[in-house]
Each structure stands twice: as C-alpha cells, then as structure tokens.
Design a protein around this ligand. Structure first.
Ligand SMILES: Cc1ncc(COP(=O)(O)O)c(C=O)c1O
Length: 394
C-alpha cells in the first residue's frame, strides 16, 4: 500500500487549536505501585510461564543465541525484507547468512516468494509478526516441515498477542520476545524453546546503573502523562540534568531501543527489577485496553489515512497503530508539538537488504509512523490523538 496521507498547506495545521494537554508517551510507563515485591506471584501468561525459556536483557540476544542453538552457522536463513535491522545483525554476528524475502504493503510475508527462495543452503525461516498481527503460521510451519527447515518466530512486536487462542511465538522451533516495547519494564528479551533445545542461561546480570536509568526514564514519562504540562517540564529538566551528568562522568549505559547489535552484551540477562514489575502487571487488562484503543483509532482514522490492517482479529494485542504518511518527519514533528510522542518505524533496514528490490517495503519504511495506543492511554486520549492527526491533515 502506498502512502496517501498528505501534507497540509503551510500554516493550515495551526488553524484549529486543540486544548492544551499533557504528553502522551510512546511507551507504557512505570509507577511505584508496580515495584512491590510479591511473595506469591501469579504465573504470567505465555511466554512468562513457559519452562523452556531464557531471559535476556535484549530480544537481539535471543536471536543471536537461536542461531547457535539451532546450528545455523554458515547456513542461509530466509528473513523478511521488512525488518528492524538489529535482529538481522544478531543473526549475522552469530554466523547465519540472511537472505531477504518479499513482504507486501499490508505487512504480510509473501509465501510464494518465501518458498521460491528456499535453496540448498537454506536451513531456517525467520518470521516477524508486525505490530502484534500474526503471520500465517500454519502455512509457514507446513513449509518448514516440507523442506526440513527450522522456524524462528520473532514476536518482539507481538508479546501477549495470539492468533485466536494460540500465542504468537509458541509454534516455531524458537520464539523471540522483546518485553520493554509492550510493558513498562527497563529491559528484557525472552527466548522460548518450543521443542527440546538447550540454550545457555545468560552469563551476566543486567547492569544496575542502566536498569535504574531506564526505570527512572519510564517513571518520568508517567509524570509527564499524569501531571500535565508541569509534569512534562519536570521530566524535561531531569532528563537534561541526567544527560549532562552522563556526559560529565563519562557513564555509559546499556541502552534499550538502539539499532545495533553488540556481541559484547550478548550474554547479559534480564534485570531483577524487570521480574518484580512483571509480577505486578494485569496482562488481560493490558490486552483489552490495547484492543479498545486500536479500535477507537481505527474508527476515527480509517477515513483520514488508509490503515494497514482493516480488522483486529481475535487474540491480537496491537503494539501500535501504524499511520501511513507521505512525510513522516513532518507529521511526527506536528504531533509532538501537540504532546503526542510517535516513533519513526523502521525507516532503514539492514544494509545487506537492497533498497529498490522490495518496493512495498521501501514504501512502508518511508511511510509508517507509530501512534501510541498502550495501556496507560484512555479513550479520551485516543479521541485527542485522533483529533490531533485529523488536525494536522486538515
Ligand atoms: C522484529 C524485531 N526483532 C528483534 C528486535 C530486537 O529487540 P531488542 O531491542 O530487545 O533487542 C527488534 C527491536 O526493535 C525488532 O523490532
């Protein structure tokens, strides 16, 4: 699908004023009640309750380990041309050789191209569930079975999401999850083994300074969300001080959300603080709120900007609402001016994936901006967000 959201004439966006609001952060936020240690925590949903899982600092560490565990070194792995880039770096760093497969404008893997790309050196199929929406696992697993290939299910963008009743990431040989995109945790990536395999536990603990710094950032985002413009000002000034301190002391943190794989951090595990927060979350409610918010945005925006997905299938836990724009930098700046934080989704892929070879992927990379719909946001927030989008497009 090609972008059709057009840029308004200069000055038009300023014509209608929305009420002055607090900041809507792009990620869910942390607040102190989530830090209470639980003596008898309830078992979480998949993948948390799964016995054969390893808990890392990043999901990229899980992708790296998966190559080793499945013996994919010096073998070809078929990877969707629409990818973040860091997961491909992790596969390469572990010794696998990625080869890219077409994804269409609706973020669906092209199964015909996938099958046609299987060659004598292919050993695995790498599947990515985009924004919480499932890829056709039945067909992909059958293809893997027919050709004797492993299937890696990258659910970094699909934690808590299901295809009907079946959790995404539970059917491939290996499932990969990123926690901090969906939940207010400072770090966390999970490797799930869905058949008998033996991945090592992470050798090192999460660095405390990095964990606390991310947790503090998330708490400040909460302050900005709940305390209006005053909260946003507090957040900004503390952030500025933090940056200055880091610069002055030369303190380096192990940052989440970065775009490159660092093999030196491949054996770092999830923090204890993440575990504590996981015990305090209401997962059913998180899924319910995200689904409600997606539906609210869809009902307001489907006429204004063509959506990527036209329905919300049963079980899906949407990660964000993909707004397809002609000029996403322009749209992001105008939404930020209205207090809405967005994410420029996957503008650049891995350099080994040739630009121009997959035109629909290039269009998605140019066009998709993530609109937040996470569990901290209310129906009023969704109304506000939809109005802000309508306003900048008017
Ligand atoms: C599809 C996909 N897989 C893996 C990752 C790696 O996640 P992490 O940042 O936890 O390493 C990302 C990161 O955005 C991703 O988008």
């Amino acid at each position: 699908m090609v972008a059709t959201l057009t840029q308004a004439a200069p000055g038009a966006a300023a014509a209608v004023r929305l009420p002055r609001r607090r900041v809507l952060p792009c990620l869910p936020t942390l607040w102190p009640s989530m830090l209470a240690p639980r003596l008898r925590p309830r078992p979480g949903p998949f993948p948390f309750a799964w016995p054969d899982a390893r808990r890392y600092y990043f999901a990229r560490n899980a992708a790296f380990t998966a190559v080793r565990v499945l013996g994919l070194e010096r073998h070809e792995v078929l990877v969707p041309a629409y990818h973040h880039g860091v997961e491909v770096e992790a596969l390469e760093a572990a010794g696998a050789e990625p080869r890219f497969v077409r994804v269409d404008g609706r973020m669906q893997l092209d199964l015909e191209h996938l099958e046609a790309s299987i060659g004598p050196r292919t050993r695995a199929l790498y599947v990515i569930h985009y924004a919480g929406f499932p890829q056709p696992m039945e067909e992909i697993l059958a293809m893997g079975h027919r050709y004797g290939l492993s299937v890696l299910e990258d659910s970094a963008l699909a934690l808590l999401s299901r295809d009907g009743e079946v959790p995404l990431g539970s059917r491939g040989d290996i499932g990969i999850f990123c926690l901090y995109k969906t939940l207010p945790v400072p770090n966390g990536g999970v490797l799930v083994m869905n058949r008998p395999l033996d991945a090592p536990d992470p050798a090192r603990g999460a660095p405390l300074g990095s964990t606390l710094s991310h947790a503090a950032g998330s708490f400040l985002a909460h302050v900005a969300l709940r305390w209006g413009p005053g909260g946003a000002a507090v957040r900004e000034s503390i952030r500025r001080t933090g940056r200055a301190l880091r610069f002055a002391t030369g303190l380096r943190t192990l940052s989440t959300g970065t775009t490159h794989f660092d093999a030196a951090a491949a054996d770092v595990g999830m923090s204890r603080l993440t575990e504590v927060i996981l015990d305090n979350l209401d997962y059913d409610q998180i899924v319910e709120v995200r689904r409600r918010n997606w539906s609210l945005l869809y009902s307001r925006l489907r006429e204004v900007a063509p959506p990527v997905h036209h329905e919300l299938p049963a079980g899906v836990c949407p990660l964000f609402y993909p707004l397809v724009c002609e000029d996403k930098e322009w749209a992001a700046a105008r939404l930020l001016a209205r207090g809405v934080e967005t994410v420029d989704f996957w503008r650049d892929g891995h350099p080994a994936c040739p630009r121009g070879a997959f035109p629909e992927v290039d269009a998605l990379r140019r066009g998709v901006l993530e609109l937040p719909l996470h569990q901290d946001l209310s129906p009023d927030d969704m109304e506000y967000l939809a109005s802000a989008v309508e306003e900048i497009l008017s």
